[in-house]
Design a binder for this molecule. Sequence first.
Ligand code: PEP
Ligand code: MG
Length: 326
Amino acid sequence: ERERLMRLRHTPAVTLDGQRIELLANIEMPEDAVGAVNAGAVGVGLFRSEFLFMGRKGSLPNEEEQYQAYRRAVEGMQGMPVTIRTVDIGADKPLDKGQKEDTHLNPALGLRAIRWSLADPAMFLTQLRAILRAAAHGQVNLLVPMLAHGSEIRQTLSLLDFARAELDNRGAVYGPVKLGAMIEIPAAALTLKLFLKYFDFLSVGTNDLIQYTLAIDRADESVAHLYDPLHPAVLRLLADTIRECQAQGKGVSVCGEMAGDVAMTRLLLGLGLRSFSMHPAQILAVKQEVLRADTSRLTPWAQHVLEAEEPALAMADPLSARTEAE
Ligand code: PEP
Ligand code: MG
């Protein structure tokens, strides 16, 4: 099976009805770019930069170290785009796992991701400068996690301007970046107009969007049975985000686990998604699903699933647009 899939490496991801689908990789370290290229990824849709920050006993990577790491990822992707997410520290990704430093009552609802970054502007500016400098070496998209408030968006953008001014003053070389926001909090998915005003593209972080929509801690085993990607509320927010972006001609992708789950590929295609970012190990299996899909049949089927009381059951309905039983 693995060998059969490997033959799809260089096959373009195009559906039966000719829709081109972008299959991107999620990576955690610059070295992961090799695996992404080998798996046939056409870019990195999510570089989780916090992995450069974790497990260092409190010391943070300086600008040069970050710049080198981002640059390695960009060069590793050989001209393909790399989406670098600013640090998502906190909750399930603590700075230091060994240390029980996280005494927050509810870390998932606490100081994590962009909130953590905005609480330490000097640290955040260091990262922004490093990313801008790496953008001189290839196509870089800058992605911001966990935004919910207009004020957070505006603060982030003004810090980005400030980082550019710092680099200008220093005479440093840097490149242009496309700006993206992660849609991970229902509040964000419900205020898409605001996000589309400020950002070039959106990326749906379904792992967190599910957690926050359903009030289920993604790390708590005792409620794992209620963590449901197919909950109608989750699907509604996802469908709206995809539709709004397309209506405005903005890029949209999904970079949560859902994007790499072959059981979800048809549904996401039916909801209009054309860009998926996932663990490199999933890319070929998802590509196989794409090659067998006919979006003209999946679109009405996905609407039916979206309206269903139990979408998981509706997905199994005979009306489902399976093009091949296998
Ligand atoms: C997500 O929340 O879906 C996501 C991709 O980000 P992370 O899993 O790193 O929180
Ligand atoms: Mg997330």
